[in-house]
Design a protein around this ligand. Structure first.
Ligand code: PLP
Length: 388
């Protein structure tokens, strides 16, 4: 038997407590029993996003929420700005183009962060831009964009700001209202460490004005239908939601607030630091060179010269039972990604680094075995991790 570990930035590992909730007997989505949970989850998600805006639960993976943001906010031919620093930035471009928007893109090297000044310049040059889209954490590279500064810029224009925080929220502090974020996206299987299949989206009054005017065809993801259903007594979703996933999310949110957001951020930052120091100790290069631009959801590192990244992650998975992520898009085979997002603790970092070391040895890479794990232990102990 090989014991299996999923240590990826999505889906993220799920705790036994959350799995038990997911396994509860099915409730009917129009029952008072489910209504109570639905209302609670919606309120907790607002607290999670630090917002008083409306928030809607969509039954879809995160990409469904990205599509909903695009099809609800704009009309065909509208000009939008996408700042893309990786695979998920590219996805915003693809969705926008498919729906006939006029996309201006700011493209960054994969591993660099979006420069907020470029967004300002673009908005000044193109006053007809209706929306700005970008990621908080770009999961394909591990970069964290400075959304606070972007928010302070975009609020002065007529454009709305759409932030994909699917992998960023929880690992790092996100303040939707204080930072003037009009639409924020999240997903059950990322930051909440809950089962896959539910996304959530917050909507500001500025965004509602556009949504009410948009003539883009949409049905399942129509936020006006979602709002109408949310105003029923008790609040509902227009269609059958992912009932068991929402029940599981309720527990995941409780665990998050029990730990306390500040402790959650600290845990993610120590896990990230320990993993990154270990990787560097093995002589490998981190993808995001500028330390101040690294997020706390996932760490990407380059595979050593002469080794195929797919083979490396393949050995880790099949021989050692440890699934980490490889590169996406143009980084396929060139990097590996180790996650810290959600239900991750000290020994997950040790498992990931240990499997990495053994697979690197198998592939003939020269280094001192155990050096990485020792580094993880050192960083944890120096940061008094177990007492947080
Ligand atoms: C995972 C992810 C998504 C959505 O992907 P799904 O597979 O549809 O859940 C979108 N944006 C980011 C930044 C992500 O990490």
């Amino acid at each position: 038997m090989v014991k299996r570990y999923i240590l990826t930035p999505g889906p993220t590992p799920i705790s036994e407590e959350v799995l038990m909730e997911h396994a509860r007997p099915l409730m009917h989505h129009r029952s008072p029993e489910f209504s109570k949970i639905f209302i609670e989850v919606t309120d907790k998600l607002k607290k999670f996003f630090k917002t008083e805006n409306d928030i809607f639960i969509l039954t879809a993976s995160g990409t469904g929420a990205m599509e909903a943001a695009v099809t609800n906010s704009f009309s065909a031919g509208d000009r939008v700005l996408v700042a893309s620093a990786g695979n998920f930035g590219e996805r915003f471009k693809k969705i926008s183009s498919k729906f006939g928007l006029n996309v201006i893109s700011l493209d960054y090297e994969w591993g660099d962060a979006v420069n907020p000044e470029d967004i300002k310049k673009s908005l000044d040059e193109n006053p007809d831009i209706k929306g700005v889209m970008l990621q908080f954490s770009e999961t394909s590279t591990g970069v964290l964009n400075d959304i606070k500064t972007v928010g302070s810029i975009v609020k002065k224009y007529k454009a709305i700001l759409i932030v994909d925080a699917i992998s960023g929220v929880r690992a790092s502090d996100l303040r939707a209202d204080e930072w003037n974020l009009d639409i924020v996206l999240g997903g059950s299987q990322k930051a909440l460490s809950a089962p896959t299949g539910v996304a959530f989206i917050s909507v500001s009054p500025k965004a509602w004005k556009l949504i009410e005017k948009s003539n883009m065809p949409r049905f399942y993801f129509d936020l006006l239908s979602a709002r109408e259903a949310s105003l029923r007594k008790p609040p509902q979703t227009p269609w059958t939601p992912g009932i068991s996933i929402i029940v599981a999310m309720n527990k995941a949110l409780d665990m998050l607030f029990e730990e306390g957001l500040e402790n959650v951020f600290k845990r993610h930052s120590v896990l990230t630091m320990a993993t990154q120091k270990a990787i560097e100790k093995l002589g490998l290069e981190l993808l995001v060179k500028d330390e101040s631009k690294r997020g706390y959801s996932v760490t990407a590192a380059r595979v050593p010269e002469g080794i195929d990244g797919k083979e490396l992650t393949g050995i880790m998975r099949t021989k050692y039972g440890v699934t980490i992520a490889g590169g996406q898009g143009k980084l396929k085979g060139k990097i590996f990604r180790m996650a810290h997002l959600g239900y991750f603790g000290i020994f997950d970092a040790i498992i990931a680094v240990s499997a990495l070391e053994m697979a690197l040895k198998d592939l003939g890479y020269k280094f001192e075995i155990g050096a990485g794990i020792t580094e993880v232990e050192r960083v944890f102990m120096e940061n008094n991790y177990l007492n947080t």
